[in-house]
Design a protein around this ligand. Structure first.
Ligand code: B12
Ligand code: SF4
Length: 472
């Protein structure tokens, strides 16, 4: 069979450039590529980097669906099905809201693909697809394969060095997709050798861990980090705010090449955090946590959410002041968004506060619900002003890192990615995103270089060559 996998167009926010939409490939589809038996041909089209064909006739189309891409995913699916091509949907939104997707697909996969995809492909071959596929239990992380990286046009993406050390998160915040009943967010890690093999398959010593929460198991991380040190990699990841409780892990992170941490602070109002069941975030510890990270030479990317019931218009200047005071390097702001399926969605639905059901607007740049203490317009304009103020010249200067070693990475993110992102990303289209990313890494992290397969095998000293030859 010919199986075509599709990633539909992301709905960019007003401040996003193509750096964002071409940031990284859809890892899920590369995983599906690896899970597909060799006798089938698998191809990938990502609408974020290329115009996709809709008039071809694969035997099966697989679409990954996120909330902001759902509308486009349905259009693509309807076109194919009108031509008699069978369509399967999976991914976060398909899992949280299978009933919406099933109207546009022959089959919907609920949850991880590792157990189901080989069964589904066989059913497709036998022309006996079922409407819904669901895992028999939590999928063990040992089943997660090395993604099939050779399906990609690497030059079109900013980063092709993404991986996870596991799946899930120990917490269940009301606004997060992890609070949806269909999402199996139980925290699981891959084995250390699986992770090292996956790092090897990337062919670089700068890697980005895109886990929900890298410190989901502090004990596991304590065993893993010495291996990173041995490999000599440079890396980045996302952690929850309780990282501030683990001085030893912070030491090990810095020592093993970690350069920056993305952290969901979400709000500087404790009541907001308690109301959305994000009780692990303790505001009184925020400043000390940031200081501990900075002292160890790592940057902080703060993720913030605006529009909680405790937020009035004063939340914007108060949060800005806190960010600048703590010299937070980068900020990703979001308007609180009730992803369908989450606890937050159900709460706002019951209260009759959902005012916009166009899922294209669920990209965290729109007020799709009625805020408690602001008008939707005030929330949207406060959010936009927050970006403008945080990335103003004066605040970029006021937030300059204390350590010289962080300055290049700081300026690149603040100026080239955020402030002048629309202009600089055009260079990426001309010269290739990957080349510019390599330039950025060389200047930010002087020790960075590409590694060839043999060198990585020597470093890893185990089964890496197998992964490289079979998966690249
Ligand atoms: C990396 C990442 C990004 C990257 C790269 C995105 C890309 N090209 O894929 C960047 C930074 C660009 C990004 C951007 C955004 N992101 Co994002 N992102 C993630 C993150 C952290 C990891 C995704 C990932 O690759 N996971 C690893 C893969 C292997 O897991 P997976 O996708 O779940 O796939 C498995 C199954 O779901 C299933 N599956 C998936 N697709 C398919 C398809 C078929 C056919 C089948 C059978 C199975 C299947 O099989 C896979 C293997 O088991 C997730 C959080 C998360 N843990 O998922 C958020 C997440 C997906 N992002 C989210 C959001 C909201 C966004 C933005 C809108 C944010 C913004 N304000 O701009 C944008 C735009 C999203 C978009 N359309 O791509 C939300 C989506 C919520 C929702 N209900 O859909 C998430 C869940 C974060 C969150 N906690 O809220 N994101
Ligand atoms: S800590 Fe982060 S990833 Fe985990 S449930 Fe909360 S918001 Fe989601």
């Amino acid at each position: 069979m010919w199986i075509k996998l599709i990633s539909p167009m992301t709905t960019a926010r007003p401040m996003d450039s193509i750096w964002k939409t071409r940031m990284a490939p859809p890892l899920a589809l590369l995983v599906l590529g690896s899970l597909t038996p060799d006798r089938h041909k698998v191809t990938l089209e990502d609408e974020n980097i290329e115009k996709i064909r809709l008039d071809d006739r694969p035997d099966l189309v697989g679409i990954t669906v996120k909330v902001d891409t759902a509308v486009r995913a349905f259009e693509i699916a309807d076109r194919y099905r009108a031509n008699g091509v069978r369509v399967v949907m999976g991914g976060i939104h398909a899992t949280a809201c299978p009933d919406d997707c099933v109207k546009h697909a022959d089959s919907v996969v609920i949850g991880d693909a590792e157990e189901i995809w080989p069964i589904l492909v066989e059913d497709a071959e036998q022309h006996s697809l079922k409407k819904i596929y669901r895992n028999s239990g939590t999928v063990d992380a040992s089943r997660i394969p090395v993604p099939k990286w050779d399906m990609l046009n690497h030059g079109r993406y900013l980063f092709t060095n993404t991986l996870t050390i596991g799946r899930g998160c120990p917490w269940r915040c009301d606004f997060c997709y992890n609070s949806s009943p269909n999402i199996d967010s139980s925290y699981r890690t891959k084995s250390i050798s699986q992770i090292l093999d996956e790092i090897s398959s990337l062919g670089t010593d700068h890697v980005m861990f895109i886990d929900d929460n890298f410190i989901g198991s502090p004990d596991f991380v304590r065993k893993l980090l010495p291996e990173f040190k041995r490999l000599g990699i440079t890396w980045q990841t996302a952690v929850s705010t309780n990282i501030g409780l683990y001085d030893d892990i912070l030491d090990m992170m810095a020592d093993s090449g970690c350069k920056s941490l993305f952290i969901g602070f979400e709000s500087v109002n404790q009541k907001n955090l308690l109301n959305c069941h994000k009780a692990q975030n303790k505001i009184e510890g925020y400043d000390a946590t940031i200081e501990k990270i900075h002292k160890r030479g790592m940057l902080v990317n703060a993720s913030l959410v605006f529009g909680f019931d405790g937020d009035d218009a004063s939340v914007f200047p108060a949060t800005l002041e806190w960010l600048v005071k703590n010299r937070v390097s980068t900020m990703t702001a979001h308007i609180l968004t009730p992803y369908p399926g989450t606890v937050l969605f159900r709460k706002l639905e019951v209260e009759g506060r959902i005012i916009d059901r166009n899922l294209k607007h669920y990209n965290t740049a729109h007020a799709v619900f009625m805020p408690a203490k602001m008008s939707p317009r005030e929330l949207e304009s406060g959010y936009l002003k927050m970006y403008a103020d945080f990335y103003s010249w004066i605040n970029i200067l006021r937030r300059l890192p204390i350590s010289d070693s962080q300055i290049m990475a700081y300026l690149q993110f603040n100026l080239l990615y955020r402030k002048f992102g629309k202009q600089t990303s055009m260079l990426g289209s001309i010269f290739g995103m990957r080349r510019l990313a390599e330039f950025a890494r060389r200047t930010s992290y002087p020790k960075w270089r590409k590694r060839d397969a043999d060198e990585i095998v020597l470093l890893n000293g185990r089964t890496a060559l197998t992964s490289l030859t079979t998966n690249r």
